[in-house]
Structure formats: C-alpha cells, structure tokens
Design a protein. Structure first.
Length: 184
C-alpha cells in the first residue's frame, strides 16, 4: 500500500501561511538547507499531491528558468516527478506529468493508496486537514521555522478529533529550522 507524507513548514506559533496566504518566510537559501531540500526533492518514486492553490503556485515557478538557476536540483525533481492535483474548478493542467482529479478527495486518495505510488503533500493545507481527519496520512515531516507570524492558517483547520503522532526523528539546522518527523 502506498504511503502519504506531508512535508510542510510551520512558524513557531503553528501557522503554515501568514494571514495573506504567503509562505515566503519559510524559503531559506543556505548550503546546508539547500542540500537537504535538494535531496528531499529527488522524490525517490513518489508523486506530488496538491490542491489547486498550491498547484498553481508551484506550476508558475518550478518550470521557469529562474527556478532552474536558483535551485537546479529541486527544480529538476519538482518538474520530473508525477503530480496529482485535486480541484473542482481547474479544467486542465499546464505542468508536465500532472494528473487532474475532480472526484471526492478522500475516496480518490483511498484508491490511490491501494494501487498508486507513494505520495508527498507540499503546502495544500486544506488537503492535509481533510486527509488527516480521514486517517490517510502516514508521516508528517514538519519544518519548524524560527519565526512568529501572529496569525495565519494552520495545517489542521477543520480536524475534529485528536490525532496521536509518534516522533521518530529530528534534525536541527544552522539556519534555525528544525525538521520533526512524525508517524501516525
């Protein structure tokens, strides 16, 4: 059975976007962090799973010359990996290797877990929240950023029941980020 991993940044006060939906505060460029994200972006057989908003943001950046110049290994991975986008409003996709699914998120993801590749969710807070509530996420890789936003959106808005997680690994970076690996 395929696994689903969340890879998302959060602020020290628990937000993954600020009040305007911006996530640029989480984007750091230093050699240690870039090496880690480049290795993570290789995907090793995973598909990327997005909601519409995150998909459109990613599709507008990663295929560009600017992305290939700034983070060549990450851009290569992002562009090469298969992508699945859930949207009721998109009619077509423009980013290569992208499959659009319009059906019920939970139902369709259950089907994907039965026969599909492992999947990684980047951003897509609404997707994370719904799949967490349905018990479909296997691992959370949460990057804790040393910043306080004061307000914004959490990854788990709408989750109605407690979800117990087990910490399996941590890694601290010189830039202040700490990656926390949790399993359900």
């Amino acid at each position: 059975m395929a696994t689903i991993t969340v890879f998302n940044s959060v602020s020290l006060d628990g937000y993954f976007t600020d009040q305007k939906g911006d996530m640029s505060w989480a984007h750091k460029q230093d050699p240690e962090w870039t090496a880690f994200t480049s290795e993570n972006a290789s995907g090793r057989g995973s598909a990327l799973l997005f909601g519409r908003v995150t998909y459109e943001m990613m599709a507008s950046y990663w295929p560009t010359a600017e992305a290939r110049k700034a983070l060549p290994a990450v851009a290569e991975g992002m562009n090469a990996l298969p992508k699945i986008v859930f949207s009721r409003t998109l009619d077509k996709t423009t980013w290569n290797n992208t499959r659009l699914i319009k059906g019920d998120l939970v139902t369709e993801v259950r089907k994907l877990k039965e026969s599909g590749p492992d999947m990684v969710i980047l951003g897509s807070g609404t997707i994370v929240s719904q799949l967490t509530g349905a018990g479909l996420i296997d691992q959370y890789q949460i990057i804790l950023n040393p910043i306080v936003l004061g307000t914004g959106r959490t990854l788990f808005e709408g989750v109605k029941e407690k979800v117990a997680l087990k910490l399996t690994k941590t890694r601290a970076f010189k830039n202040g980020n700490v990656v926390l690996w949790y399993e359900r």
